[in-house]
Design a protein around this ligand. Structure first.
Ligand code: NAI
Ligand code: MG
Length: 347
């Protein structure tokens, strides 16, 4: 496994998660070998790039990539994210960004009604609004302008919709497609059309198309009604922070950047970023990173080990061990210790 802890709290939650993953591996007789790569903003400061020239080739040799987060206040995000995260997602054709959103035991939702939430966001991860097509002109002049094109392709929409429909079929059969075809008149009607035609071949899946603005409101009002949500790159990104917050904290939310065909390594990382506001204080919630580690185990075919890890952090949370973002007062190390203890106890 390639490990990029990256920046900020990535440097705190990644080691915590690896300690727990190593313990899980020893209980289940797995051998996890970690190749620690110190790529991130310090690498950028020293070498002018986030990844070494042969960085992507190095990553290609691994079974999976375990990432913390990148981004620091003094370097533009466009350098850090487009220098590392986006090239990895695109080079390795990780076109599904899978983001499970689930109520965790003992974690209170900011909503008054705390019915359990259990949904999955399937975000398109390689095209859409995050495109490099466009430009900026007349810099510094009063009529300065910027243009950015959103790119949607039939194969790109088809494959992500197919993945989401298959997932919905394995779950409760509900699939919601996030759209905005009333305002974005070219790409979004195309998205709707392709999603509809893909889902037509899965009669067991019930497709609902919802406008993104109304969907955002409804995710706050009745998140428990959703099963699988398929969304474009931008819409999926926004909805997953929102849904993460609705279940308690973005610090607990995991994500998998999947290359479903397994031609290339997939990448596992929490939804949150490098959280510079709390970095270095030992208070970061490691659950998002731990849960991402469980998604990685499961992708690598170790479903039992993954379930064991999830049970261990759920048990710690249920017993009230939690960080400040979840209303507790424990630090990263306290949570890690509690999870390690429960891995042994539940073995
Ligand atoms: P953020 O997710 O880093 O932080 C948002 C808020 O949530 C902050 O108040 C933070 O303290 C809190 N938070 C996040 N994770 C937490 C955790 N594990 N435990 C406790 N509290 C937590 O998002 P923000 O502040 O917008 O971005 C910070 C930097 O991270 C930026 O440079 C951004 O570009 C980068 N970023 C990187 C990502 C990645 O590497 N995949 C994803 C999102 C942002
Ligand atoms: Mg995001």
């Amino acid at each position: 496994m390639a490990v990029i802890a990256g920046d900020g709290i990535g440097l705190e939650v990644v080691p915590a998660a690896i300690e727990c993953l190593d313990r899980i591996a020893s209980v289940h007789g797995l051998s996890l070998r970690w190749n620690h790569l110190d790529w991130g903003s310090d690498h950028f400061r020293a070498h002018g790039r986030m990844l070494p020239v042969d960085g992507l080739e190095t990553l290609a040799k691994h079974d999976a990539i375990f990432l913390g987060a990148v981004g620091v206040p003094d370097i533009p995000d466009v350098e850090t994210l487009w220098g590392l995260l986006i090239p990895i997602r695109r080079t390795f054709d990780q076109y599904v960004n899978l983001r499970p959103v689930k109520t965790l035991p003992g974690v209170r939702s900011p909503l008054a009604d705390d019915r359990p939430i259990d949904l999955v966001i399937v975000r398109e991860n390689t095209e859409g609004e995050y495109s490099e097509v466009g430009g900026r002109s007349h810099r510094g002049q009063p009529h300065e302008l910027a243009v950015q094109e959103a790119l949607f392709t039939r194969p790109g929409i088809t494959r992500v919709a197919r993945f989401a429909a298959a997932l919905a079929a394995q779950r409760r059969g509900g699939l919601t497609s996030a759209t905005k075809s009333n305002g974005i008149v070219h790409t979004m009607p195309f998205w709707d059309e392709v999603v509809r035609s893909v889902v037509a071949s899965s009669p067991e899946v019930e497709l609902r198309s919802e406008l993104i603005d109304a969907l955002a409101a409804s995710l706050v009002l009745r998140p428990w009604d959703y099963d699988v949500i398929v969304a474009s790159n931008l819409f999926g990104d926004i909805l997953s922070d929102l849904a993460g917050a609705v279940t308690g904290s973005i610090g607990s939310a995991p994500s998998a950047n999947l290359n479903p065909e397994r031609v290339h390594p997939s990448m596992f990382e929490p939804v949150h970023g490098s959280a510079p506001d709390i970095a270095g204080k030992g208070v970061a919630n490691p659950v998002g990173q731990l849960w991402s580690g469980a998604l990685m185990l499961s992708h690598l075919g170790h479903a039992q080990a993954a379930a064991h890890l999830i049970a261990a952090f759920e048990s710690a949370l249920a017993d009230g061990v939690r960080t400040r973002d979840l209303g507790g007062s424990d630090g990263t190390a306290d949570v890690t210790r509690a999870v390690l203890e429960r891995i042994d106890r539940l073995a």
